[in-house]
Write a protein of this length. Structure first.
Length: 204
């Protein structure tokens, strides 16, 4: 479910993916339900692809949201986010994720995630678990690129390449040596983008 919930850099709140078009997405705000286009130049991240730094590893934000839900018995967070101080936010988050990296996960990151939780709750989105068969946005892009490459391989050869070789003339005085066709380097596959980690970059 979180795969279709998006974070758009420079825009508040969360967005639901409505449809895909050529070089754009149609998204709907979970705050006011208004629909707007998001273009290729916009930094759009699936909530299901975001992770949180801990001292040992990166934990999917889906697990963090699930932990908040369990702590609050499915209700809203028990602290006032509008008045909470940095120490209050860290103390609360330590109950959810005790080993979170305090050097890289800022109080503003914690507040943002807790606001995401409440916004999802307000929109009756309560299943935060990541399905095993759920593809990430990066995997979809990778598979689409591989599909294009596969279609290119199946494309019919050019007339010149498909034409049968002509016989040598009997009266030819010299033997013609065929030149080798230079190998064409295949287009390198696009690398899978790095994971988006809360606290990894500031801003947005």
């Amino acid at each position: 479910m979180l795969k279709e919930i998006l974070v758009v850099s420079g825009k508040p709140g969360l967005y639901k993916l409505v449809s895909k078009g050529n070089n754009l997405l149609i998204i709907e705000s979970l705050i006011d339900k208004k629909r707007t286009p998001a273009y290729a130049r916009d930094k759009v991240i699936s909530l299901g692809d975001i992770s949180v730094y801990t001292l040992e590893e990166e934990v999917p934000v889906s697990k963090v949201l699930t932990a908040v839900k369990e702590k609050e018995n499915g209700g809203n967070v028990s602290i006032d986010l509008s008045k909470a101080q940095p120490d209050d936010l860290r103390a609360y988050f330590a109950e959810i994720l005790p080993n979170f990296d305090r050097q890289r996960v800022y109080p503003s990151d914690i507040k943002k995630m807790l606001k995401w939780y409440e916004l999802l709750l307000a929109n009756n989105i309560t299943d935060f678990s990541k399905k095993e068969d759920e593809k990430t946005v990066e995997n979809e892009i990778k598979e689409e690129n591989e599909s294009v490459e596969e279609e290119a391989k199946k494309a019919p050869k050019t007339a010149a390449a498909a034409a049968p070789a002509t016989k040598k003339r009997k009266d030819s005085a010299k033997t013609v040596t065929a030149t080798k066709t230079p190998k064409v380097k295949s287009t390198p596959k696009t690398s899978t983008p790095k994971k988006n980690v809360v606290g990894a970059k500031r801003g947005g």
